[in-house]
Ligand binder design. Structure first.
Ligand code: AMP
Length: 113
């Protein structure tokens, strides 16, 4: 999508600090990290949010979780980490391209809301 920030990052029109890339998925460091390690994992195909996942596009989501495990190991997150996807306004989703935050590198609080 031409007006999507993450599609522009995928296209290389906006720079990113890339940590992993393959044909289907890109992972890069969040520009405003909320933890010592804060990485976003996104599908290259534009999917607007978790709500838009369906039988046609869900295979990439399984692949994203394989990539999350790989990236977490690569980043040395042996103490654990959190995976978050904000979906819609009430969750505070600001970029409407499906993304999974990997947060780690310190003890995270249990606050969920
Ligand atoms: P969310 O609020 O869940 O939609 O997450 C969007 C995330 O994208 C936020 O954590 C932002 O800090 C991050 N973000 C926004 N612009 C960029 C960018 N150019 N490069 C890396 N991360 C970004």
């Amino acid at each position: 999508m031409s007006d999507c920030l993450f599609c522009k990052i995928i296209a290389g029109e906006i720079p990113s600090s890339k940590v992993y890339e393959d044909d289907l998925v890109l992972a890069f460091r969040d520009i405003a990290p909320q933890a010592p390690t804060h990485i976003l994992v996104i599908p290259k195909a534009h999917i607007s949010s978790v709500s838009a996942i369906n039988g046609e596009n869900s295979a990439v989501v399984a692949h994203i979780f394989e990539v999350i495990a790989k990236v977490a190991a690569q980043e040395g997150l042996t103490g654990g980490y959190r995976v978050v996807s904000n979906c819609g306004d009430h969750a505070g989703q600001t970029v409407h391209h499906l993304h999974f935050h990997i947060l780690g590198g310190r003890q995270l609080t249990l606050e969920m809301a």
